[in-house]
Design a protein around this ligand. Sequence first.
Ligand code: NDP
Ligand code: GDR
Length: 368
Amino acid sequence: NGDSALRFAPAYAPIAGTELSPADYFKRKVALITGITGQDGSYLTELLLEKGYEVHGIIRRSSSFNTGRIEHLYKDVHEHLTDTTNLVSIIASIKPTEIYNLAAQSHVKVSFDMAEYTGDVDGLGTLRLLDAIRTCGLTNHIRFYQASTSELYGKVVETPQSETTPFYPRSPYGVAKLYGFWIVKNYRESYDMHASNGILFNHESPRRGRTFVTRKISRAVAEISLGQQDCLYLGNLDAKRDWGHARDYVEGMWRMLQQDQPDDFVLATGETHPVREFVEKAFKIVGTTIVWEGERDTVNEVGKCKETGKVLVRVDERYFRPAEVDLLHGTPAKAEKVLGWKRKVTFDELVKEMVEADVEGAKRSNRD
Ligand code: NDP
Ligand code: GDR
């Protein structure tokens, strides 16, 4: 009767829906990427286009230029732009088969200064997207990828860190992403959604944002080697990270969504290196040997060029965090076994690629 129909009406009445069964719907290859203008968004777009997907991305309005990483992928920008910021309208009109939620305020240090904003974008933003899928009635049609992170592990409880290691985030960013992780898991269990968390360890590339430590180092080394900069200022040199290449990691994201069942997976290299080693290896690429002098772990420690004695690296308190993640070291065993995923680029190759790309970039900007 009318009464029970009312009582059992879904909280979210589907507004778009589709006549296609989930199986037929998924035969199409249509991806929607939030955060498409970021490092991972650009590599993922390239991968999906290669695989024959129709790719859509959400770009946020900005007064400054933010599409540099994906400019080469546009055919005609104006032809393909849909001018709406409403998630429900976007999903209802595109009807994506896969959604990759990569948008985030992704800088850990910044999250201490913009904690509420980071919580809103990285935590609640994930919920908004999941609810938009429900509102469209596409819960069982769309496969969903959430950009979870090794920052969830935070304080070291055990190593190597795996899917079963308890979480202990150490920053507003980590805490916001923890909400994202659990809301994805909750929607998977509550609404039978194909929603997976990729717990990705640090991954870098020449397209890495300039304020993350690897890119900050590779750019500075390039500019110092060309006489365009004097010294590199860094924070904690002894933090250890499990660094891989972003191109390898976006392939793992895609593989997660090709599984019959949704699940959570760590993507990592299985190796860990201190920031200090990244600095040494990066300088080596341009022929400079760094020797460390002064009291370790204090602002008095410096890195000097072995040959000339010139100070090229200084420690600056401004780059320390109120709470630090000292050690990240993951195991990709589950992803290797279930997804058949394996990272290809080694740590040394990564450092080399980044420094060489920045040397080229610095030479070019000198000429311009
Ligand atoms: P980037 O910082 O390079 O890219 C972030 C993307 O999110 C950009 O497209 C950015 O847009 C967008 N964005 C930022 N704030 C907002 C907002 N308020 N609303 C909408 N969009 C926003 O990150 P990565 O590509 O390196 O990382 C991708 C995702 O993976 C992120 O969620 C990150 O937290 C996570 N992650 C990254 C790891 C890594 O090592 N790279 C490891 C584990 C997880 P704009 O260009 O306009 O700024
Ligand atoms: P992270 O990356 O915090 O691991 O988060 P970042 O490169 O910022 O820092 C790595 C480590 O280097 C130390 N560090 C410095 N970091 C920066 N940015 N600048 C410095 O000058 C500096 N000196 C030392 C940091 O203290 C830290 O220990 C990244 C982001 O991409 C997240 O979005 C993602 O979730 C995690 O990786 C996995």
